[in-house]
Every structure is written in C-alpha cells, then in structure tokens.
Write a protein that binds this ligand. Structure first.
Ligand code: ZN
Length: 265
C-alpha cells in the first residue's frame, strides 16, 4: 500500500540505467556464476571455452567480464588472461579518477580528508588501546625507521602505521574507508612523505605512539593533527608549484581545533 511501484514497475525502470533491457539479467547471472565457480587469484579459462561451458554468447560473457573488472572483482591482463581478484577500492578509484583527473587536485582534497579523519582516529585509538595492541603498534612504528632511504618501504610502513591505528580505533567503517582509498593514499604518500622527510615523519609518529600507548587522547589527537597538517602543507605546496587551477595559491591549510602544527624542520 505504501509502496507506489509494483515489482514489475521497478524492473521497467532498469533499462533506463543499464546497458540494455534484455541482456541485463543474463549478464548479471553470468557475473554471479563466474564468481561462484572461480576462486580468488584463479585464472579464468579462455573466452571460447568459458562461453561454451556457461552456455552463453561470447558478447554477453565479455560484458560480464567488463562489469566485474569495473567492480574490482576481475583483473583483465591483455594478452595474458583474466584473473579473479578482490580489490574493493577499484570502483572508488575509477570514480575518483573520472571525477578528479588532476593529480594535484586529488592530492589536495585527499589531504583535507586526512586532516578531518586522522586526528579523530588517533583520539579513539588512545581511548581504546590494549596492552598487546600497544606492543604491535610499536613494532609497526619501527618499520618506518627501518625503511631507511628505501622510499617504497617507507610508504608501505607509513600506510601500515595509519591503518593499524584505524583498526585499534575500533571503527570498521573508518577502517574500510581507508582500504577503499588505498590507491589514493599510496599516490599521495609518495609526494607528501618524501617532502616532509622521513626523519621528521618518524619523530611525528613517535609523538603519536607515545600519546596513544599512554592513553592520552587529547595529546594523541593534537600529535596526529600536527602530522597530517605537515603532510597537507606539502600537498598544497606541491599543487601550488604545478597547478594554477582551483584554490588560491598560498592558501592556508585547514586549522584543526586548537592543535598547532609544528613546522617541518
Ligand atoms: Zn604518517
């Protein structure tokens, strides 16, 4: 009674947003069967073999593969084959690349999101951390220093440190958000971490770790704010160097509460 549209009316709307009225159920069914039959990391049989075994046209099969690729569930390697993967960040990345094709803009906007989220993550981590989690956090923290001059290892160690804190903070949605933007994090860190400097980043992490392990939520929040604001300054500087579009050059980083960002050494 309170739903004005009957079931068949909903399905009537589907062709408006889909690839084709008749083929949609077929393609959706092929997608489902492909994922049921093949496990993670498994290579799919050749297209001809697969279309025979599923009893579907090669055109419909191709469409299903394309759809699963967009969803981050298949990886198409041209000339090699098609493999089952699990990249939940793929749709977010594809959407972001389309919405924000300019790398400098992505860098700026991503750093703004970090300034909003990460201090809160640090605060929650300090409020909830257990002793074993504290020991694990120290181990993860040490990896940044161990990376030395290896930028790849340093980027990995930094990302791991922040994800680890998000897990300790105990909010699954926040942790999932970080996973879904992993590629974006990766490309941003290659710029900001290097520009901030590894010794500086390590000492900022040290201040965060000390506060989180000691359960000092306010201090942890301020220490993280200082860390992400330093990264944000470098993101802004990087985009001011390169881009003349969007945002005023020399625009000040977002202030965050009463936390004062320590200027990079
Ligand atoms: Zn960091």
């Amino acid at each position: 009674m309170n739903l004005p549209l009957a079931k068949n009316q909903w399905s009537d709307l589907l062709p408006l947003v889909s690839l084709g009225p008749k083929r949609l159920p077929v393609v959706a069914e092929i997608c489902e069967r492909l994922l049921q039959k093949h496990r993670d990391a498994e290579w799919l049989p050749a297209e001809r073999t697969l279309s025979v075994s599923l009893g579907v046209s090669r055109a419909a099969l191709r469409e299903a593969i394309q759809r699963l690729e967009i969803q981050g569930l298949l990886e198409v390697r041209h000339g090699i084959g098609v493999r089952v993967v699990n990249n939940p960040q793929a749709p977010v990345r594809a959407t972001l690349l389309r919405a924000l094709p300019d790398f400098q803009q992505r860098l700026r906007q991503f750093s703004e999101v970090r300034v909003l989220l990460e201090p809160e993550i640090a605060r929650r981590a300090a409020e909830r951390i257990t002793e074993p989690e504290g020991v694990a956090l120290l181990e993860v923290h040490a990896r940044l220093q161990a990376a030395g001059d290896d930028v790849e290892a340093a980027v990995r160690a930094d990302l791991e440190f922040h994800r680890h804190l998000a897990e300790i903070a105990g909010n699954k949605v926040l942790a999932l958000m970080l996973v879904s933007i992993a590629d974006l994090e990766d490309e941003a860190r290659r710029v900001t971490l290097v520009r901030v400097g590894l010794p500086q980043a390590f000492s900022q992490h040290q201040a965060i770790v000390d506060a989180v392990v000691a359960g000092k939520a306010d201090v942890a929040q301020a220490a993280m704010a200082a860390h992400v604001l330093a990264a944000q300054r470098e993101a802004y500087r990087s985009s001011d160097d390169v881009s003349s579009s969007g945002g005023a050059p020399g625009e000040k980083p977002l202030a965050h509460g009463d936390a004062q960002a320590a200027p990079p050494a």
